[in-house]
Write a new protein. Structure first.
Length: 181
């Protein structure tokens, strides 16, 4: 299995505000997200699902939670047909193994910060795709991989690709980081 992560982050490290993206819709970012994740399982936390208020079409939506009964009720009430609930990494891996014949080997962690941290603690993420937004936004959730170091103080991620879009409002870049270790 290949695990990637994808996120957008403001200049000040903010990735969320009250369960939603803290910036107005950025079409270039949404298109990149859709193009990369379409047809592949996406893995998120319950706050991300609640913030979206819908399941993402064209790909299985896997939601990790500490309270699966509550989330399964929410999924059923909303009538989501392509959303699956798991409460552990082992359950996640088992579900993805069952899905791989239809959806392939590649999966995407799409947030939020708790899910990224959980995946990193379990050493699951091979590549991190980051939309860097060159503007500060207010928010209650921050996360960035740029300065992450291991227990020996060594960098964990290496920037391998960066595409600037200065004409976008706000200006942004698409970056890809590979895991060093």
């Amino acid at each position: 299995m290949k695990f990637n992560a994808i996120m957008a982050v403001a200049q000040n490290g903010v990735i969320g505000n009250q369960g939603k993206l803290p910036w107005p819709r950025i079409d270039a970012d949404m298109k990149k997200f859709r193009d990369l994740t379409m047809g592949h399982p996406v893995i998120m936390g319950s706050s991300t699902l609640f913030g979206m208020g819908r399941e993402l079409p064209g790909r299985p939506n896997i939601v990790m939670t500490r309270n699966p009964e509550k989330l399964e009720n929410y999924v059923q009430e909303k009538g989501f047909r392509n959303t699956f609930v798991v409460s552990s990494i082992d359950q996640l891996k088992h579900l993805l193994e069952e899905m791989k014949h239809k959806w392939g080997e590649e999966s995407w962690f799409i947030g939020g910060a708790e899910i990224y941290n959980l995946a990193l603690r379990h050493n699951l993420i091979d590549q991190f795709y980051v939309t860097r937004i060159y503007q500060d936004f207010e928010g209650d959730v921050s996360f960035d991989i740029v300065d992450m170091k291991d227990s020996d103080g060594e960098q964990i991620w290496e920037l391998v690709t960066s595409e600037n879009l200065p004409e976008n409002v706000p200006p942004l870049s698409f970056e890809i980081y590979n895991k060093l270790k």
